[in-house]
Design a protein around this ligand. Structure first.
Ligand code: ADP
Ligand code: MG
Length: 531
């Protein structure tokens, strides 16, 4: 049965009930208020009431069986009009108050069927009412009241009645069509809303990220397709249940923010990035959580591949630098030895050549051992020691190196007593490398200021020289292994210093202006080397 038919059936049912109530009230009021016992028509009224009751029962029984509901409704309405005309005739004809019942039927026809039915019933009522009034006027039917009325008044009453039937049909029709339109609009809106809801759901489902939402207790409300795909868990098995029971890696309670996690799906490891935010209600109170996660496995693999490539490139560059550094001393070694082979070389010249060869060998040895220090650093052995004593010892040695030809003045600017926890041998090497560079930057003499500062969480040690400085372009490269601007430099001093400071979880910074000097600053955290 269609929706319309169901609605019509309900309306017909209402009509039957309404009619039964109306008859009951009417019959009751006759007994209570009007002395129709005296009237000659009491019999007629009695039969009318009984007939209508019987009809009500018949209608009710038929309602279940009847297929053509529209015809059924018309039959009832037309029969109602006929009974109403009889009622009107019995209660005084043209003078009866009960002409209003015809108007009720016109309204009912519009409510139950439509505007057209309203006009049909109005016409039907007008014709029957007209006939009744005419028959009475021409005294074909006996008068039921004693009041005698003029022809003019007859016509006037008839006219008013017919007008009121049609006017009722028109007004009720207008109102009901307005109502219908409003209902239709509401229904459309409802459909739009439903469409929007479906659309929203589709959006969430189709997103390329895994999404879940939970209530405040962690019970899953939404779990989209991508979430199913990433976790390998079916939506139906998780909705309404606690998220961490099923997916232990989404540990509850949640904390807002992003994290990465490794999950195992069917024996395969996956790296996922998960972001959690709180779901807030209109009043800003937390209602639950939203989790958005992605499978980062592929991206991480690519990243690892890139890192590997970079590493290989760096190693290649380092190897070529080493080869280059070794080739120079080897070339002069080879030259010296070849010349030594010649018999014609004078003896004192031979001694000079030998000395060159030995020097070059020494240089080779130094490059290799420096490089080994850099590439295979020994694990730092942390010890608490007096920082200033270590600096003093290093600076004392530096004073006497041959690079200190310009008699550089070394100034100490120590702050109090500082104990550090570090590897003293390694720190000595750092200070030595920085000190030596400073001396080499001041061949004509100058001043080296070594300062220390205890800054609570960290200790700062700086080496400030008044040497040649470093230009902008080179500042970027000075910590690279084998970067040197010196004829006999190895370019490993700062690389080694950098690595050692890094091993101590510290930092090394440089500030330089060409011609004015350079400051190297080491910042050491108060650490014992453990995390
Ligand atoms: P090397 O001393 O063997 O050249 P380093 O690694 O010690 O190697 O230094 C790298 C380069 O950094 C030096 O060649 C030099 O150009 C620059 N440099 C380092 N310290 C200073 C400084 N105090 N003043 C000027 N330049 C410096
Ligand atoms: Mg150096």
């Amino acid at each position: 049965m269609s929706e319309d038919a169901v609605a019509l059936k309900i309306k017909i049912k209402a009509l039957i009930v309404f009619r039964a109530v109306f008859i009951t009230l009417l019959a009751g009021s006759f007994h209570l208020f009007i002395e129709y016992e005296k009237s000659q028509y009491v019999q007629a009224l009695y039969y009318l009431t009984v007939t209508l009751y019987i009809l009500t029962v018949i209608y009710s029984l038929l309602l279940v069986k009847i297929r053509n509901l529209v015809a059924f409704a018309y039959t009832q309405l037309v029969l109602d009009v006929i009974f109403e005309i009889i009622l009107i005739y019995t209660t005084g004809g043209i003078d009866s108050w009960f002409s209003f019942t015809l108007i009720l039927t016109v309204i009912s026809s519009i409510i139950i069927l439509n505007k057209k039915a309203g006009y049909i019933i109005a016409t039907c009522s007008s014709i029957l009412y007209g006939i009744l009034v005419n028959l009475q006027f021409h005294q074909v039917l006996p008068m039921t009241s004693d009041i005698v009325t003029e022809e003019k008044e007859y016509l006037y009453k008839l006219f008013v009645h017919i007008i009121s039937f049609y006017l009722t049909a028109y007004l009720s029709g207008y109102l009901s069509s307005r109502l219908e339109k409003t209902v239709q609009k509401l229904e459309e809106k409802d459909i739009d809303l439903r469409d929007l809801e479906v659309f929203n759901r589709e959006v969430v489902e189709s997103l390329p990220s895994g999404i879940f939402t939970t209530d405040i207790k962690g019970n899953v409300l939404i779990f989209n397709r991508t979430a199913e795909k990433i976790t390998g868990i079916k939506k139906d098995s998780i909705i309404g249940r606690s998220i961490d029971l099923l997916i232990p890696y989404f540990k509850f309670p949640f904390f807002e923010g992003r994290k990465e996690d490794i999950i195992v799906v069917k024996g395969v490891q996956k790296i996922i990035g998960l972001g959690i935010s709180t779901l807030k209600g209109a009043d800003e109170s937390p209602k639950g959580y939203i989790g958005i996660f992605q499978d980062l496995t592929q991206i991480k693999k690519l990243e690892a591949g890139m890192k590997q490539k970079e590493k290989m490139a760096a190693i290649g560059e380092l190897a070529s630098n080493i080869a280059h550094e070794i080739r120079n001393p080897l070339a002069s070694l080879k030259g010296s030895i070849e010349m030594l082979k010649e018999d014609s070389v004078p003896k004192n010249y031979k001694e000079r050549l030998m000395e060159i060869a030995l020097n070059e060998m020494e240089r080779l040895d130094r490059i290799i051992s420096d490089f080994l220090t850099y590439s295979r650093p020994a694990h730092p052995e942390f010890k608490i020691f007096d920082l200033h004593r270590l600096l003093d010892e290093t600076l004392e040695l530096l004073k006497n190196v041959e690079q200190n030809k310009g008699h550089v003045f070394i100034k100490k600017n120590y702050q109090g007593n500082i104990e550090v926890n570090a590897d003293p041998q390694k720190m000595r090497q750092v200070f030595w490398n920085l000190g030596l560079n400073a001396l080499e930057a001041m061949p004509e003499g100058g001043e080296l200021v070594v300062a220390t500062r205890n800054a609570g969480d960290v200790i700062e040690i700086s080496f400030k020289d008044s040497g040649i400085g470093i230009n902008k372009e080179n500042v970027e490269k000075i910590f690279y292994p084998f970067f040197t601007t010196k004829e006999h430099g190895t370019g490993l001093g700062l690389a080694i210093a950098y690595r050692i400071v890094e091993e101590h979880k510290g930092m090394i910074k440089v500030d330089s202006s060409p011609g004015a000097g350079t400051v190297f600053e080491i910042i050491l955290p108060r650490t014992d080397g453990k995390e």
